[in-house]
Design a protein around this ligand. Structure first.
Ligand code: V0V
Length: 153
């Protein structure tokens, strides 16, 4: 598969992922104080998270979302991240939306980026997700998201 043009790589910022110790408390803060709305909530056993996607009241196709990520166990990725960060919440990941995750992954691999999984895994709302290790990205955990075909965006 040939490399893509840079303009074809990312559609927009899909979401910013916040690690939180307690999902209900975090939802309360972000809805009651900051005015976000809960768009979707689910448990993803494979990723070890209970998560909620938050959007603005007037959500358009390319509005970024906030993803609240609470750990299912202390050994999960988010559990370990929280332990390393003093148990407090914080920004854990930045997620870019893509149209064709397989093509984007192939291009990034050609450019020397280390991706975590051989094949994309299932993310929120039936999306396909992949991550680039922070060592290749200037210290940020980058996620790629290809929304499910029937998703609103
Ligand atoms: C670790 N490091 C980070 C980081 N986590 N840097 C920036 N952002 C993060 N979130 C750095 C850490 O400071 C170390 O740097 C190095 O990476 C190794 O750290 P570690 O504590 O040993 O961490 P690991 O290697 O156990 O885990 C790091 C990886 C892990 C990236 C492998 O977080 C991972 O598998 N992430 C992908 C899956 C994920 O995040 N799932 C939860 C969200 P130094 O000290 O070596 O310089 S699920 C989700 O997003 C869903 C469902 C969705 O979007 O739909």
């Amino acid at each position: 598969m040939g490399a893509m043009d840079n303009t074809d790589l990312f559609v927009c910022i899909d979401h910013v992922g916040l690690a939180v110790p307690n999902l209900d408390e975090a939802i309360k803060l972000h809805t009651e104080v900051f005015g976000w709305r809960v768009l979707h909530r689910e448990t993803n056993e494979e990723q070890g998270v209970e998560e909620a996607m938050l959007g603005t009241g007037d959500q358009h196709v390319e509005n970024a979302q906030i993803q609240l990520l609470a750990p299912l166990s202390e050994q999960s990725t988010i559990g370990k991240w929280l332990a390393k960060n003093g148990g407090r919440g914080g920004i854990q990941q930045l997620a870019y939306r893509v149209k064709d995750i397989d093509a984007v992954c192939a291009t990034l691999r050609e450019r020397g980026v280390t991706l975590l999984y051989d094949e994309p895994k299932i993310g929120t709302g039936g999306s396909r997700i992949q991550f680039a290790h922070p060592k290749n990205t200037g210290g940020i955990l980058l996620e790629l998201v290809e929304p499910a075909a029937d998703a609103a965006h």
